[in-house]
Write a protein that binds this ligand. Sequence first.
Ligand code: 5GP
Ligand code: ZN
Length: 112
Amino acid sequence: MSQSDDCLFCKIIAGQIPSEKVYEDDTTYAFKDINPKAKVHVLIVPKQHFANVAELAREDSAQLGHIVEVAQQIADREFHGAYRLIFNTGIDAGQTVFHVHAHVLTGETLDE
Ligand code: 5GP
Ligand code: ZN
């Protein structure tokens, strides 16, 4: 599994930094955001390191589709299937960790 030495989320996936796991399979890991912006705020990441969602879409579109499936499963469990899925892409869009991650916001009715 490719890893980036200085990547916070690679370290979380490897268990070198603790996290609150929500879901895990062979390719994908999901954990609670440390600074939640909704009642349920989960980050879903591929175990393989990609910098952003565009790179992921280009190099492994099946993995991107799988991340959407996992988001749906979490929202089915937490809030009758309703959720917001966000991929911040680039510094000026608010991306601070350069290992692609889907923000899943759910668990309550969200403002527009
Ligand atoms: P971005 O701004 O890159 O889209 O999202 C990064 C997210 O990672 C932020 O929502 C931030 O709260 C979360 N985050 C940053 N460091 C940690 C950490 O060490 N543990 C967890 N669980 N979340 C983190
Ligand atoms: Zn990484």
